[in-house]
Design a protein around this ligand. Structure first.
Ligand SMILES: NC(=O)c1ccc[n+]([C@@H]2O[C@H](COP(=O)([O-])OP(=O)(O)OC[C@H]3O[C@@H](n4cnc5c(N)ncnc54)[C@H](O)[C@@H]3O)[C@@H](O)[C@H]2O)c1
Length: 386
């Protein structure tokens, strides 16, 4: 298989993992508007590759798929063009930064019959897979409520020094970062948000005065700056929130909550799901340092020791240990999807409904926490009323 890539930035990690000539899979072409990205691409992949500035120049190269790893606000343009050209797409999360953008991508995929795969790698985290498996096996009975708390220690460096900080490029972090967790909550609870409310603010990074010049480029680096208030300079535009929380009523009656903080000292996600007969929770999310616990034998006071416990084993870094051990797994599924042997764990509709929830929650957050109804999908041939 021969792959092209649009965008050789931080997320090039997934394309580098896909590049395995010994297994018959090669990344052979890059489209990026930044000259430094082309230098990185040649250094990291091969001198014998095609480098183009305009992504449309990838279409004549006989590629088996294109990885769309460009910034969020370009996903719609890039995915639609690839699908129109009949080239299968691996599209990073979030699908787009607007609901209309998602619907346009989905409609194009359906009309052209071109394969569209969404890069929601969190569904492939072993720790999340185990929670899903045990919930489906009935360990906690019928799911009634779920909460996710996300602590992001690297939030300042990752999201406040480049395009992420500008809401016109992302909508906001409740969608940009939360896309992972909203999707996982939908998945664990087996429903889509139909009504959301949210609250949030720019609590820490807004006080930092040092800013880049408009248009000044920046490459994200993780240096572990501490405390968060010492981070500088920030992006020229900073109008997103660094703390946000949303509540969701799902279409199956489940109530869920998601909380995200970008100035925490430590980084991990903590999900707890409570059903009619028990509670499941993860502690840590990295293989080798993640435990799933279930309490379901009866009432008690605080009880650290769970009734059932599973420690997620360490995995071979060569298999893609990054991102909670998910990246190798999602790529394997993507390759099997391309060859017709597997269906995606995350459908385009799943990805669209998670964007819809994030967009509506951001609207609520910026408009006095009003409840917002999440629009279902209604277009030619495909109807989903949330
Ligand atoms: N699934 C995950 O865990 C995960 C992790 C990180 C990022 N992401 C997603 O991956 C995407 C990329 O994020 P990133 O952190 O790598 O961003 P980045 O800014 O580091 O890289 C983006 C790249 O796209 C290039 N680019 C910009 N405009 C372009 C254009 N018009 N044509 C071609 N190339 C263009 C930039 O020059 C840059 O090299 C985002 O959508 C992000 O949400 C997903």
């Amino acid at each position: 298989m021969k792959f092209g890539v649009i965008g050789w930035g931080l997320r090039r990690s997934i394309a580098k993992l896909a590049h395995a000539p010994e297994k018959g899979r090669q990344v052979v072409a890059l489209a990026d508007t930044d000259g430094d990205a082309h230098v990185r691409f040649r250094d990291e992949i091969s001198r014998d590759v095609a480098n183009v500035d305009d992504f449309r120049d990838l279409f004549g190269l006989g590629l088996d798929a294109i990885f769309v790893l460009s910034p969020d606000f370009l996903h719609e343009e890039h995915a639609v063009a690839c699908l129109e050209a009949g080239v299968p797409v691996y599209l990073e999360k979030p699908m787009a930064i607007t609901i209309e953008g998602c619907d346009r991508i989905m409609a194009t995929a359906e009309r052209t019959g071109t394969k569209l795969y969404l890069g929601h790698n969190m569904r492939h985290f072993p720790v999340i897979r185990k929670m899903k498996e045990w919930i489906e096996a009935g360990y906690i009975g019928d799911v009634k409520t779920a909460w996710c708390r996300q602590f992001v220690s690297y939030g300042g460096e990752a999201y406040f020094q480049d395009w992420h900080a500008d809401r016109t490029k992302t909508t906001g972090l409740l969608l940009q970062k939360g896309a992972h967790d909203i999707d996982v909550l939908h998945w664990l609870c087996d429903g889509y948000s139909k009504r959301v409310t949210a609250m949030g603010k720019l609590a820490v990074y807004g006080d930092i005065q040092a800013r880049r010049q408009p248009g000044e480029s920046h490459t994200v680096r993780f240096t572990g700056v501490w405390p968060p208030t010492s981070l500088a300079p920030l992006h020229s535009v900073v109008d997103i929130e660094d703390i946000s929380m949303m509540q969701m009523e799902l279409d199956n009656g489940v109530l869920a909550a998601y909380q995200q903080c970008h100035f925490a000292p430590d980084a991990w996600r903590n999900y707890t799901v409570i059903g009619s007969h028990g509670r499941i929770e993860n502690f840590g999310d990295i293989p080798g340092n993640a435990v799933v616990r279930v309490w379901n034998s009866g009432q008690s006071g605080y009880r650290e020791r769970a009734d059932i416990e599973f420690t997620v084993p360490d995995i071979d870094p060569a298999l893609g240990a990054a991102h909670g051990g998910a990246d190798g797994n999602i790529l394997e599924e993507f390759f099997r999807y391309l060859s017709g042997e597997a269906e995606p764990s995350t459908t385009p509709l799943d990805a669209r409904m998670c964007v819809a929830a994030g967009v509506c929650a951001t609207h609520s957050l910026r408009n006095g926490s009003i409840p917002v109804e999440v629009p279902g999908l209604v277009h030619e041939g495909l109807v989903h009323e949330a």
